[in-house]
Design a protein around this ligand. Structure first.
Ligand code: ATP
Ligand code: MG
Length: 442
């Protein structure tokens, strides 16, 4: 892709309305555009990142055996009246009437709808567990939408639901999500800590929030630093292994402010390990037993007896993650953002010095572009006639991890190649490909 033909509307200055880094940078680099309060369009650069995040989330759901479906954004109020939440949900729910005067709503979450889908087809305990997820837009009419896509009204979420026959089986499902979330965030180069959380309006018995440390986060957290060292790499989805994993995390005191208790904190955490800071919630898992299955009559036959299924729900803020990654990865010292290789919109930029009446550097750039493309490396060529230092600056602002500079006296064996915030090196195209590929596979 040539930069001159791309739709990346970069602003000259930081937009004054944005209070936090991610919001500033997302507007500045043309990743998003506000369409009305708390509602955004995603432009190509931002959309590419979100799609990569979505794909990682999807792969990690599939890996632990969750099946993908797609439910609509618009739901009927009937099922919400059955569960009793139509009134409870309050003003965050956007309520709509269709032309037949039926009460509809834009889904803020999908417990009711998925329970309705489940109960209409699954009749026997032999079909359990059922683990279902979808990745779909949600709408919550937040009182104070702010910080761009971090707390907006329309947002993109992965939500999953589990159906089991007993508490024990349901906790096994819960633990599968616990592991899959750790793996999901790790692939984005994020360290997300599972914290015991309040169950809030969704209600229930057991809940963890997955939090990324960031000063601009809205969640206050209190944690034992040793939790960062817990290793999940050898965990399998077998019951004992998963139980052990959760035990290893739960050994360490780690809560959000809703659950915080000063006395317990001081009792459980030696002073040198105490950490009190802020974070961004990127995922939330709940176990709530028969809270919805009972009022909505979702049951299975268990040896001639009717049993209400035990349910959990599991959310990841796919669109919020785009901002959360910026908040976590922005390098204050160098004033740069470098996207993790797994989600970067482009792996590499090619920046030729473009002279009037001389296309040779642009031709070289196009040849290199083709070689990289053949190796599945995503590239942008800056074919504009801006000077080279402003091109370098621009791509640093965009956070593309690598730059190839085509200048005077081009030498095939010694191409100028820079990783953001490192000194340039001079290597051949094959070596460049090898380098980028090895970073991609980490
Ligand atoms: P919060 O406490 O931030 O309002 P929540 O507990 O209401 O979140 P859940 O219902 O658990 O959120 O939703 C799952 C995930 O969806 C959250 O972990 C978060 O990443 C994301 N999310 C929730 N509300 C918003 C929002 N208004 N804008 C963007 N993402 C959101
Ligand atoms: Mg909320």
């Amino acid at each position: 892709m040539y930069f001159s033909k791309s739709f990346i509307p970069i602003l000259k200055n930081n937009p004054t309305e944005a209070k936090i880094k991610s919001h500033q940078l997302m507007l500045r680099t043309g990743m998003i555009k506000q369409s009305s309060a708390g509602i955004y369009s995603w432009l190509p650069l931002g959309f590419r990142i979100m799609k990569k995040i979505e794909q990682i989330v999807r792969e990690e759901q599939n890996r632990v055996g969750v099946q993908e479906i797609l439910m609509p954004t618009i739901q009927s109020s009937d099922i919400w009246k059955e569960s009793g939440r139509y009134d409870d949900y309050g003003e965050e729910m956007l309520r709509i009437k269709d032309r037949q005067n039926r009460e509809m709503l834009y889904g803020p979450t999908n417990e009711e709808l998925v329970t309705e889908i489940f109960r209409s087809s699954i009749k026997s305990y032999k079909s359990l567990p059922q683990l279902l997820y979808h990745i779909q837009w949600k709408f919550r009419d937040e009182l104070r939408p702010r910080f761009g896509i971090m707390r907006c009204r329309e947002f993109y979420m992965k939500d999953a639901y589990s159906f089991d026959i007993s508490d024990e089986e349901a906790l096994h499902s819960y633990n599968k999500f616990f592991l899959s979330y750790l793996n999901t965030f790790k692939r984005m180069d994020l360290s997300a800590i599972p914290m015991a959380a309040d169950t809030g309006p969704i209600g229930g018995n057991l809940s963890h929030e997955f939090i990324i440390l960031a000063d601009t986060g809205e969640s206050k957290i209190f944690t034992d630093k040793r939790i960062f060292e817990v290793d999940s790499s050898k965990t399998t989805i077998e019951k004992n292994s998963l139980n052990k994993l959760r035990e290893n995390f739960e050994k360490y005191y780690s809560v959000t402010d809703e659950k915080f208790n000063q006395i317990e904190f001081e009792k459980n955490v030696p002073e040198k390990y105490r950490l009190q800071t802020k974070g961004i919630e990127v995922g939330h898992i709940f176990y709530f037993g028969d809270k919805y299955s009972k009022p909505m009559n979702a049951s299975v036959d268990y040896n001639g007896k009717k049993e209400f299924v035990k349910m959990g729900s599991y959310g990841v803020g796919v669109s919020r993650l785009v901002g959360a990654i910026i908040e976590a990865k922005y390098d204050e010292k160098n004033e740069t953002m470098k996207w993790p290789m797994s989600v970067t919109p482009y792996d590499c930029s090619i920046l030729p010095i473009v002279n009037k009446n001389d296309n040779s550097n642009l031709e070289i750039a196009t040849n290199i572009y083709n070689s990289l493309k053949k190796n599945n490396i995503d590239v942008l060529i800056d074919d504009t006639d801006e000077n080279i230092s402003s091109k370098i600056k621009k791509f640093k602002l965009l956070g593309i991890p690598f730059q190839i500079i085509i200048g005077k006296n081009f030498n095939e064996q010694k191409i100028e190649f820079t990783e953001i915030n490192h000194d340039p090196i001079f290597i051949s195209i094959d070596e460049i490909i090898k380098k980028i590929k090895s970073k991609k596979s980490h």
